[in-house]
Ligand binder design. Sequence first.
Ligand SMILES: *Cc1c(COP(=O)(O)O)cnc(C)c1O
Length: 457
Amino acid sequence: MRTIIEPFRIKMTEPIKVTTRQYRQRALTGAHYNVFLLDAEDCCIDLLTDSGTGAMSSNQWAALMLGDESYAGSKSWKKFESTVKKITGMRHVLPTHQGRAAEGILAQVLVKKGQVIPNNSHFDTTRANMEFAGALAVDLLCAEGMQPARIAPFKGNMDTDRLKGCIRQYGPENIPFCMITVTNNTGGGQPVSMANIREVKTILSEHNIPLVIDACRFAENAYFIREREDGYADTTLLKIAGEMFSYADAATMSCKKDGLANIGGFLVCNDDRWAEQFKNMLILREGFPTYGGLAGRDLEVIAVGLMEALDYDYQVYRHATVQYLRKKLSPLGVPMVRPVGGHAVFLDARAFAPHVPPLQYPGIGLVNAIYLEGGIRCVELGSVMFGKFDEQGKEVAAPLELVRLAFPRRVYTQSHFDYLAEVIENVWNHRDAINGFRLVYQPKFLRHFTGRFEPVE
Ligand SMILES: *Cc1c(COP(=O)(O)O)cnc(C)c1O
């Protein structure tokens, strides 16, 4: 097979700073060994997140100039609304400034204290919004999704037996809706099969529980279904997405992912009564229902971006970039979560640096080593991000120590990926030198963002 090329050419460039090891050492020390505290311009390849970091197409930039900034009923809103309806088939569309705003409205309107919200895996903002409304957020990920080395096509699926158990345990009257996240971000960007969505819907229907899709990476998930599930090889991604949404009663979306935009989101639903309540909350929190938290130009950009994300050749290229890195790292024996997900490669820091004990944060050690080696910024998903304290106040390590390399959409070329692989190879070859770290300052919540570290001698 021939090389899969980037299905675009470049007509605007953004310079990146090339730095020396000495410079990066100083930058790291200044940031207290926490890459969240680095200046972005000191990161020559920034893989911190795929959220809002993508490059817009020439069609999106052209659309941006058409932005109609009328307060109510703008032309840009009409385009946004009709595109979202075409993809989701839902009757009501509410624009929001980000995904979490859609989640907030959903939770404030539908969730009462003491209720239970099942999901395959709640994303952190989703969990926070459900818990803030007083609900218990339950994760029901399938068994294979919890085994990093196990190869399976749909490791993002919900465990339907556990869903049945959850409904029995808490009672359908205490479950205002169930969610399913596609692809499963927290579970490593792993896809959810159509069969699983269908089965979840069937179980929920027996108890009159609505289904809400967290749709942030719906187009990447549609691509996985087409490639891996029987019966979809000749179906367009638009049609596959349409079937996914047909099983849902509502959906939340962050357009910073498969909207191929730098900001934006939406909430959609079919029920008229829900829509009315959502709308009232939207006006209070975000803005008038025909712009939500967005400028007219954002609505234009998203309308174009959503359809571009469903372009098959774009998805072929997108997945080729993730696979490209895997194919370079696998033969070297670099430990990672398999199979690789739709938007990121996860390195297994515990296996990468087994000499660093979990409570000396091997993930932080690896993230620092990769930055120092090549100016690449990635993120720890391990004991710093997910660590807990037991009743005696003793710190408990997370089950996995992972380092995520998330890929911005349409931003980096093949030579950037070659460089990335070379940097990781070098770190791998000198893995004995990876340091442990200790926290010298930590805030009460979300310590990974602002915590300060020191290397352990
Ligand atoms: C990013 C994300 C969100 C939240 O969206 P924001 O636009 O960042 O507020 C919700 N769910 C999933 C799965 C996400 O990846």
